[in-house]
Design a protein around this ligand. Structure first.
Ligand code: NAD
Ligand code: UDX
Length: 464
């Protein structure tokens, strides 16, 4: 099928950047990104391109180039569906918070709503592309809904999981390790649909980086990739605890291990724990699927990656309390960073939230600075945990715009996100203005120990 119009349902961290790059690279295709969230769409359309709702290095330039030319953001979902030959579903698939599978399974209600809307509106044949991360065999459900509730038009379902990481989304999209497309490759119509999507990506991705598989392999590969990546982080974090007990240094261990070409050096950075909207959700989903097939050993194996991560966040906070003479009650603790990693304003599942919650339970007073996260987001993250009242969170946590306000008269400062700017702060000034002893906890292994100790800090870093 010759694709002239693409619709993407979901203008989030995946839909927005992915479609911006497709529009930039395929000027002859009209790309419309739609969402039910009016505020989000208005922000994507903001005259000042710096106000788009997602911060990603390089993204605003691409949006500036393509927006209004062949990239559109709209809340008119029906119109965009009807016009498109190809529809990407890029809505959120969070962990279920109710009913069967609560706390584990992926909540597919948004996916199903999309399918029903596509079926209701479509009057011409469509290729429906799963861009969201989904449990293996979801395409079957989509097909079922589309063919049983539709207007008799034909649908092809493709799986095209997204492997971009936040903070490097544009880079990852422009130069992906691979693009994965799963389709019904046993039929001519299925093969045609796969080819249509291959042709879109072939505008800028080398052919041998575009991988085609059956739908189920594609769906499962996405969960597998995230599980493997998260497992590496949990593995090195497990070693970080052992390093702290034995005098080994986790960075040195990671380097030595990573130079083995069979292991590789990436994703071996010890930290206060992985966060982000994907790793935990996708592993829990994998665990749930394995359990639902009665594969308990498989489920338990992968669940351990999450348990290790929870332990890492908890032990970082517990170590702070222990070091601060076993009490942080009424003490000012400064947080540098709130996002789940640098170069993003996303805070979903950020380790900082859980460390803060632990310290608040110990009656600490927390002051937060993050270069990209807004005050209301910090409060929303804490409120969402439901550990204490909203008033209490606002009373005990302050969010400031100047990092030196975080550190001034603080009993301790903790680095929770690895923003580059933290390295260049005036650490002598920070030391001078902190209460003594001045405790500094580096949850990201990003600050240089010797110079901080020379200034006079009591310095603690994960893994040494
Ligand atoms: P997001 O929450 O940022 O965006 C999803 C958007 O979908 C929201 O704006 C929401 O309003 C919209 N939406 C939900 N239901 C809708 C409906 N029925 N009609 C129209 N709009 C609707 O989520 P995200 O981070 O972009 O993730 C989307 C999917 O991509 C998830 O399955 C996720 O697992 C996957 N994924 C995410 C990342 C990442 O780094 N964030 C990377 C790879 C894959
Ligand atoms: C991840 C996957 O990398 C990406 O392919 C997928 O599409 C979505 O999920 P993302 O969550 O955006 O991407 O960021 P990622 O770079 O993977 O980091 C996830 C978390 O792990 C962050 O909190 C990060 O700080 C942490 N991390 C990562 C470590 O602690 N150590 C590492 O070595 C790498």
């Amino acid at each position: 099928m010759n694709i002239k119009n693409i619709c993407c349902i979901g203008a989030g961290y995946v839909g927005g950047p992915t479609m911006a790059v497709i529009a930039q690279k395929c000027p002859e295709i009209n790309v419309t990104v739609v969402d039910i969230n009016e505020k989000r769409i208005a922000a994507w359309n903001d005259e000042n391109v710096e106000n788009i709702p997602i911060y990603e290095p390089g993204l605003s330039d691409i949006v500036k180039e393509a927006r209004g030319r062949n990239l559109f953001f709209s809340t008119d979902i029906d119109a965009a569906i009807d016009r498109a030959e190809m529809i990407f579903i890029s809505v959120n698939t969070p962990t279920k918070t109710y009913g069967i599978g609560k706390g584990m399974a992926a909540d597919l209600k948004y996916i199903e709503l999309c399918a029903r809307q596509i079926a209701r509106v479509s009057t011409t044949d469509k290729i429906v592309v799963e861009k969201s991360t989904l449990p293996v065999r979801t395409a079957e459900t989509l097909k079922n809904i589309l063919t049983n509730t539709g207007n008799g038009v034909n649908y092809q379902i493709l799986s095209n999981p997204e492997f971009l990481a936040e903070g490097t989304a544009v880079e990852d999209l422009l130069d992906p390790d691979r693009v994965l497309i799963g389709g019904d490759i046993d039929t001519e119509a299925g093969k045609d649909a796969v080819q249509s999507l291959v042709d879109v990506y072939a505008h800028w991705v080398e052919k041998d980086h575009i991988l085609t598989t059956n739908v189920w392999s594609s769906e499962l590969s996405k969960l597998t990739a995230n599980a493997f990546l998260a497992q590496r982080v949990s593995s090195i974090n497990a070693m970080s605890e052992l390093c702290e007990k034995t005098g080994a240094d986790v960075n040195e261990v990671a380097k030595a291990v990573g130079m083995d070409s069979r292991i590789g050096s990436k994703f071996l950075k010890a930290s206060v724990g992985f966060g982000g909207s994907c790793f935990q959700k996708d592993i829990l989903n994998l665990v749930y699927i394995a359990k639902s097939f009665g594969l308990n050993e498989v489920a338990n194996y992968w669940e351990q990656v999450i348990l290790m991560n929870d332990h890492q966040k908890r032990r970082f906070a517990a170590n702070m309390v222990r070091t601060l003479f076993n009490t942080v009650s009424g003490k000012k603790i400064g947080f540098l960073g709130w996002a789940f990693k640098k170069d993003t304003n996303d805070t979903r599942e950020s380790a900082a939230i859980y460390v803060a919650d632990y310290l608040l339970n110990e009656q600490a007073e927390i002051v937060v600075y993050d270069p990209k996260v807004k005050e209301e987001q910090v409060y929303a993250d804490l409120d969402y945990l439901n550990t204490r009242s909203e008033e209490e969170n606002r009373k005990r946590v302050k969010v400031v715009k100047d990092p030196y306000e975080v550190t001034k008269e603080a009993h301790a400062v903790a680095v929770l996100t690895e923003w580059d700017e933290f390295k260049d702060y005036d650490w002598q000034k920070i030391y001078d203005e902190m209460l003594k002893p001045a405790f500094l906890f580096d949850g990201r292994r990003m600050l240089e120990r010797k110079s901080k100790e020379k200034i006079g800090f009591e310095f603690y870093a994960i893994g040494s």
